[in-house]
Design a protein around this ligand. Structure first.
Ligand SMILES: C[S@@+](CC[C@H](N)C(=O)[O-])C[C@H]1O[C@@H](n2cnc3c(N)ncnc32)[C@H](O)[C@@H]1O
Length: 292
């Protein structure tokens, strides 16, 4: 249910002519043990990230083909990438991550769940070292771009995405978008006030470290393939989605749709409602709605 206070925040954001300054994450690489444990727990069934993980898993599955190579930039503990890899067992996934602690969590997950089509590499997501030109079928990322230190590094990252991606490759990058007003950020932090203190602090750092929409759009236009689109949700532009469809033409199989439906059914009422909000708000701005 959309509240009046959210509509007020959305209108104030829309009409605001100012833009707060971005503040980079105090810890660009998440290598603090407590922070890693806390972040990983947000991907567990009762965590705050489950609904966006389901949304992203569906969107990525729509974009990729069997036996292709997919790079995930800033994979963290692999909560999301391992889900995507399980939905797409015929596709190969490489997760790039600089935090040894996150990589250890992800590797433990890969082993425990016996995932044979996903590997983690200790590598900088802005450099994409070791990947030759036009060798990758899809580049994906979730909640990681805002961990880059500055626009210069983001520029390097986008140049390298364009370099390693095949001509008909797909792109799906989703992250926070920098809101224009400090009050809007406070509003979203207050909405999660029941979350653990550590999570709230990381959330507030992330919202302030997001890149501004205008800079993102400019770099997308300058470096990514011409048919790459930028979307924000209708109402309050809290997220940004950078999407290139690539070559996939086959619709999802009934079996895959069934798996997504089951995952949706298993979510808590709060997560179901968040999923519907993400789905609807992007659909109202032109991203095809997911029917689950
Ligand atoms: C907020 S987490 C997101 C994890 C995951 N993608 C998800 O959605 O759950 C961002 C991750 O990016 C990693 N990171 C930061 N800078 C990086 C870089 N230059 N190259 C690779 N990973 C990086 C951090 O260590 C952190 O684990």
């Amino acid at each position: 249910m959309i509240s009046l206070s959210l509509i007020k925040v959305a209108l104030q954001e829309y009409f605001s002519s100012s833009q707060i300054l971005r503040r980079p994450e105090p810890r660009l690489v998440m290598d603090d043990d407590d922070q890693v444990i806390q972040f990983d727990s947000e991907g567990e069934p009762s965590g705050n990230l489950v609904s966006s993980y389901l949304y992203i898993s569906f969107r990525v599955t729509e974009l990729i083909n069997e036996s292709s190579l997919v790079l995930d930039l800033g994979s963290g503990s692999g909560q999301l990438l391992s889900r995507i890899a399980r939905y797409n067992p015929q596709t190969n996934f490489i997760g790039l991550e600089l935090s040894p602690q996150m990589i250890a969590f992800a590797n433990e997950r890969i082993q425990r769940q016996q995932i044979s089509n996903m590997e983690m590499r200790h590598q900088d997501m802005s450099l994409l070292d070791g990947f030759s030109d036009k060798s990758v079928d899809a580049i994906i990322s979730s909640l990681a771009i805002h961990h880059l230190p500055d626009l210069k590094t983001l520029e390097v990252c986008f140049k390298n995405i364009a370099r390693v991606l095949k001509d008909d490759g797909s792109i799906f990058l989703m992250d926070f978008n920098l809101l224009k007003r400090e009050e809007s950020i406070e509003y979203f932090i207050n909405c999660e006030s029941k979350s653990p203190r550590r999570s709230l602090r990381d959330y507030s750092y992330s919202l302030r470290a997001a890149f501004p929409l205008a800079s993102m759009k400019e770099l997308v236009t300058r470096y990514l393939p011409k048919d790459t689109c930028v979307y924000t949700p209708f109402g309050c532009p809290f997220f940004i989605m950078i999407l290139r469809k690539g070559r996939k033409t086959e619709p999802l199989t009934q079996d895959k749709i069934k798996q997504f439906k089951e995952a949706f059914k298993g979510m808590s009422p709060k997560n179901k409602s968040t999923f519907r909000e993400i789905n609807l708000s992007f659909a109202l701005n032109g991203v095809r709605k997911i029917a689950l």
